[in-house]
Design a protein around this ligand. Structure first.
Ligand code: AMP
Length: 394
């Protein structure tokens, strides 16, 4: 993909609008995970070292177009200053004369961070007027927010109509890794897909049929597949309206020669609760009133065997209700198995990344994608609007 890169551009003394994905978890006003910030540091440091005047902008959560202190970027600002060990100017205003004035007061190598872009409904509406106003804060636009690239918003798409636009180093790396994953994977290529709902992953499943050799399915979505095969699933999460499509996917996998594995045993519970009664049963053993909460030991062992001999692995979505310790074993064991395998591995999605962290194996994964939704949409074969915008003729 011919993305315009920042390595060869002259940014000295120029105001650079850097769109990042600092949509980090915050508890009691404190940032609890800094992964997304640290992943953007190579771009930020490169621009500071080359004496750019940086205007950094991000969204945070879903304030739905209204100013809401709960979603203020202030805690991110505090953490960011600590991480880059540098003074940073905070702009309460995202657009308008005061924000523009602050951007013009920046000296070479200085940094300013804007308040939450999504305090303005025009951001998500991709309003041309708002995009133009954002562009007034800078001379150059750089997008390093891969995690937001699947959205056509004013700060990811519209703004590129008004400024020379480039991909940051993180954006470039994400696209490069995901492109090579689908264009030249080492075989066998194994996709491990989990998470709550089959409906949100139907497209990726269908798209991956043309690319992978093996599919391992876990998590809540497995129960719609099992139900479609008349396996008793008790009170497990099932999307009734997608049973037919689930059945067709299994059939199509067979026709395409793809090994499609569903869980063969489960950790089940009598309620959706961390304190529920639980036990391990085989796939025919989920009784009425009980629900599948995690993959069982036989499934883990089956999946481990496949993972061990894989050439390429893509993983998205937990194997069980990972947030509850009692039901996190399957997900953590899969993280460990991926770490042990010599395959090239790419992991995307918040829960899978958290499992990798919980298993303490971050450094054993080839690439941890900062964009769960964006990486899925990319692998679905979609051109992400934030990426297309960087490549279009102006
Ligand atoms: P997703 O965002 O689609 O990747 O789904 C992640 C969510 O799936 C997590 O919050 C998990 O708790 C949930 N999940 C995983 N396995 C199950 C299951 N067996 N039953 C219900 N929810 C599940």
């Amino acid at each position: 993909m011919n993305l315009p890169r920042i390595e060869n551009i002259d940014v000295k003394g120029k105001r650079v609008f850097l769109r990042v994905d600092f949509n980090v978890p915050i508890e009691n006003g404190v940032v609890t995970d800094t992964t997304r910030i640290s992943k953007t540091l190579p771009t930020i440091e490169l621009l500071i070292n080359r004496w750019a005047r940086l205007v950094i902008a991000s969204h945070l959560g879903r304030p739905e177009g209204k100013v809401n202190p709960k979603y203020s970027m202030k805690p991110v600002y505090e953490k960011f200053k600590e991480i880059i060990k540098k003074e940073v100017v905070f702009s309460e205003n995202v657009v308008g004369p005061e924000a523009v004035a602050l951007s013009k007061q920046l000296n070479d190598g200085e940094v300013m961070l804007l308040e939450n872009l999504r305090f303005h409904a025009e951001e998500e509406e991709n309003s041309p007027d708002f995009a133009k106003k954002l562009s007034e804060l800078a001379d150059i636009y750089i997008n390093d927010a891969f995690g937001a690239a699947h959205r056509a918003h004013a700060s990811t798409e519209g703004i590129t109509n008004y400024l020379p636009s480039y991909a940051g180093t993180l954006m470039y790396k994400e696209i490069e890794v995901l492109t090579s994953l689908i264009t030249k994977p080492e075989r066998p290529f194994v996709a491990i897909i989990g998470g709550a709902k089959v409906s949100s992953k139907l497209k990726i499943l269908k798209n991956l049929f043309t690319k992978v050799n093996v599919m391992l399915i876990g998590g809540g979505m497995a129960y719609t597949f099992l139900k479609s095969r008349a396996v008793p699933v008790g009170a497990s999460l099932v999307e009734k309206e997608f049973e037919v499509q689930a059945f067709q996917i299994i059939e199509k996998a067979g026709v395409a020669g793809i090994e499609f594995q569903l869980p063969v045993d489960h950790v089940i519970a009598d309620a959706f609760s961390a304190n529920a009664k639980s036990k391990t049963v085989d796939k025919m053993g989920i009784l009425d009133g009980w629900m599948g909460m995690d993959i069982g030991p036989k499934t883990i062992s089956n999946f481990e065997k496949v993972i061990k001999s894989a050439g390429t692995i893509f993983w998205n979505g937990p194997m069980g209700v990972f947030e509850m310790d009692k039901f996190s074993n399957g997900t953590v064991q899969i993280a460990k198995a991926i770490a042990k395998s010599s395959a090239r591995s790419v992991v995307g999605g918040g829960d899978s990344i958290a499992a990798i962290a919980k298993a303490g194996v971050e450094d054993k994964i080839t690439h941890i994608s900062t964009g769960g939704g964006a990486s899925l949409e990319f692998l679905e074969g979609k051109i992400l609007p934030g990426v297309a915008a960087l490549m279009k003729e102006k």
